[in-house]
Design a protein around this ligand. Structure first.
Ligand code: SF4
Length: 178
């Protein structure tokens, strides 16, 4: 892929930060999976979350099958970050941005494997709950953490903070490509 051409296009988007890196730098750990299982209410509710995404070892294998990855981050200020509804309301804009970057990459001839934020909300009720296959496997993006990825070292690598201030939401997506 012509990275310079992609960077020209990325410069036109409201991204806070982006960067290319080798997926082998990612830290995969069952500790993150444990947090999904014990602390996230979305666990076991969508095809974008564990356990539907497979074991951490399988997720790692898939991510590492790509030689390169693009990290994109956006930040949004909210009036009260402890207000979950207000915080989650900032997510669709980041998902839209992720899909815009996906489209730009596709135009440049690559089809990225995408990890994004939280659980999939494309359908009002995920088919997973009814034991049915995902209705839009080409459109849904598993959550970054669902793969067992520890996002903190990644943010540090790019000089990003998990939280910039009391009321700043940081969203991150990863686009793996060959
Ligand atoms: S596209 Fe629909 S069926 Fe597939 S993961 Fe998302 S919500 Fe579930």
């Amino acid at each position: 892929m012509d990275k310079a051409a992609l960077e020209e296009r990325l410069a036109e988007l409201p991204l806070y930060s982006y960067g290319f890196f080798d997926p082998r730098e990612l830290e995969f750990t069952d500790r993150v999976r444990w947090v999904c299982e014990h602390e996230c209410p979305m666990y076991g509710t969508t095809w974008a979350c564990p356990p539907a995404v497979g074991a951490v070892a399988e997720c790692k294998k898939k991510c590492l099958s790509y030689p390169e990855c693009l990290m994109i981050a956006s930040v949004t200020e909210v009036s009260d970050i402890s207000n979950i509804d207000e915080t989650l309301a900032t997510r669709p804009a980041h998902e839209k941005l992720t899909n815009r970057v996906r489209d730009e990459m596709r135009q440049l001839g690559v089809k990225p494997f995408i990890l994004s934020t939280e659980a999939c909300t494309i359908c009002s009720r995920c088919a997973y709950l009814d034991g049915l296959p995902c209705r839009m496997p080409g459109a849904m993006h598993p959550c970054v953490e669902s793969q067992g990825i520890n996002v903190i070292p990644l943010l540090e690598k790019f000089g990003l903070e998990f939280q910039y201030g009391e009321n700043v939401v940081t969203w991150v997506s990863l686009l793996f490509f060959a």
